[in-house]
Structure formats: C-alpha cells, structure tokens
Design a protein around this ligand. Structure first.
Ligand code: LHQ
Length: 264
C-alpha cells in the first residue's frame, strides 16, 4: 500500500514507521490512523521484522489530534462524537501497537503533545532528542488525557507527577522526562536516530520470541496479583524454554561466545 501520511521503511530486521505530516507537526488525522493500523497489521504478519522504531518527520514527533479536522471542531447544532472517534481510531492503534510481538522503540525527535505523548508512552523503550518536550495538552483545551495517557502516566512517573502533568498540561523537557522515568533515555539531537537505529538493531538480533513473552509478562503484571503473575511467568518461561533461541543462548554461554539468535 502506498501511504500519504506515514513512511514505512525496512532495514534488515528493523522497520521504521515515520509520522509524515511535518507541516502540521505530524498531528493525527483519520487517514493517518487508517494508515498506521494497516502498517501495524502488515508488520504483525511479516515474519522478518524483529523490531519497530516509531518517529516523526520534521521538528515534531506528534502534536496529537489535528485540531483542524472537521470531526473535532465544535459548531452550533453539531454533536461531536469523541467516544466513537477514540474507540474507532485512537484505541485500535494503541492496542495494535501493544499487541505486536516485537519490541517497539519510540524515537521522540521533537515535541510530543496530547495523544502524541500517549503514542510515545505505548512504546517499550522511548528515546528522546534533548530538544524534545512532552506536553499533556489535553486539559489546556478542556479535554481529558486519552489514548492510554491516564494508564501509562501514573505507572511511569507516579501519582503526584501524573496528576500535575495531566492537570496543568505544562511542558516537560526531555531531560526532565528521563529524570522522572517517563522515558528510557534522552540523547543529543543529532545522535537520536543513530541511537534509535542501533538500539532497534540490537533488539532485532535478540531472542525475538522471548522478547514477545517479556512484553506479555510486563503488560499483564499491570493488572495481575503476585500469585497470578507467578503462574503466568511459569507458563511463559515454559514457552521460552522450548525456543531455538534458548538452546542457542545456553550453547553460546557454554562455549563462551556471543549467541546468534534466529528469533525462533
Ligand atoms: C497544529 C496542532 C494540532 C493542528 C500544532 N492540530 N495544528 C482525541 C479525541 C477527541 C478529540 C481530540 O483529541 C484527541 C486526542 C488529542 O490529541 S487532544 C490534544 C490535541 N493536541 C493539542 O492540543 C496540542 C496543540 N498544539 C500545541 O499545544 C502546540 O502547537 C505544540 C506544543 C504541539 C507545539 O508548540 P510550538 O512549538 O510553539 O508550535 P506552534 O504552536 O506554533 O504550532 C506550529 C503550527 O502547528 C501552528 O500552525 P501555524 O499555521 O500557526 O504555523 C499550529 O497551529 C500547528 N499545530 N499542533 N494538534
């Protein structure tokens, strides 16, 4: 499929999805959501890709919903249907991203605002350029953080910081975001894409099936009690233990060499 609003590139086992409406700060439209869903669906079926990088073109990562889109513009006599908008467009993208069985790296190249913050937080590992910033802009325009922001934020930064960010909508610098544990790491602007690529390549050479199981374990730990999580770990470890990558990992350890994981 040819895309209008995103770019998808593959390099070995790494795929890169770039939000590509730089003149609109990569703000999200219906078309963009449709294309992201298709691209994520394709990735989930392609057995070659072993890590995904999500980034933005130009000076922004993503400014959230395109506030110029007709479906979000209030007008006299018009009923806005944000419930359906979220259920049909935003939520499926976040859920599909989390349902991938490969690791996802967000390379936050510039400002992330509104649902753009949520998108970055849905990744497994978020890197940000030093000049990037995170703006929970929702309350500034009279809305509620969405697309998983109220789920991810308190888990990442704790109750006090989550509430301050969500209620005030102040801008958080990349350095503060790292110090607060909102992201994995902040790097110099001109090093961001090299670092993201290197990280994704490392992940793409890793034990892909174990990574999928690790993601599942950590996601389900958000709602499991200890006993249920211990049960789950036993199940997932059973599955990891039967992979070719585990056999290779143990053999490489015994032979004192680096493992060559095939992802199987
Ligand atoms: C934009 C946008 C934008 C259009 C900048 N749209 N043009 C879910 C369901 C239901 C309803 C609504 O939404 C959602 C999810 C959400 O994401 S809600 C939150 C929507 N996003 C925002 O409220 C963020 C709005 N933008 C901003 O706060 C700032 O523009 C940020 C912090 C992103 C960047 O600030 P600056 O670096 O100072 O740039 P700027 O404000 O000068 O913007 C540059 C241009 O981009 C400007 O256009 P212009 O023609 O004047 O150059 C902005 O209008 C445009 N732009 N964000 N979301």
């Amino acid at each position: 499929m040819g895309y209008e609003t995103i770019l998808v590139a593959r390099d070995g086992g790494v795929a890169r999805l770039t939000l590509n409406r730089p003149d609109k700060l990569n703000s999200l439209t219906a078309r963009m959501h449709e294309e992201m869903l298709t691209a994520l669906e394709d990735l989930s079926k392609d057995g070659e890709t072993r890590a995904l990088v999500v980034t933005g073109a130009g000076r922004a990562f993503c400014a959230g919903q395109d506030l110029g889109e007709d479906c979000v513009r209030p007008a006299p006599g018009k009923t806005l249907d944000f419930r359906s908008l979220l259920k049909e467009r935003y939520n499926p993208v976040i859920l599909r991203l989390r349902a991938l069985s490969i690791p996802v790296v967000a390379a936050v190249n510039g400002v992330a605002a509104g649902a753009g913050v949520s998108l970055a937080l849905a990744a497994d590992i978020a890197l940000a350029a030093r000049s990037a910033r995170f703006v929970l802009a929702f309350a500034k325009i009279g809305l509620v953080p969405d697309s998983g922001a109220t789920y991810f934020l308190p888990r990442l930064v704790g109750r006090a910081r989550a509430r301050g960010l969500a209620l005030l909508g102040d801008s958080l610098s990349a350095e503060e975001a790292q110090a607060w544990g909102l992201i994995w790491k902040c790097v110099d602007d001109d090093a961001l894409m090299d670092e993201a690529r290197a990280l994704a390549q490392t992940l793409a050479r890793g034990p892909t099936r174990a990574y999928g199981l690790i993601r599942e374990a950590l996601d389900r730990a958000e709602s499991n009690g200890l006993a249920a999580q211990l049960e789950l770990e036993a199940e997932l470890q059973q599955r990891a233990g039967t992979t070719g990558d585990y056999a290779e990992g143990v053999a490489a350890f015994a032979e004192k060499r680096a493992p060559r994981f095939s992802g199987r």
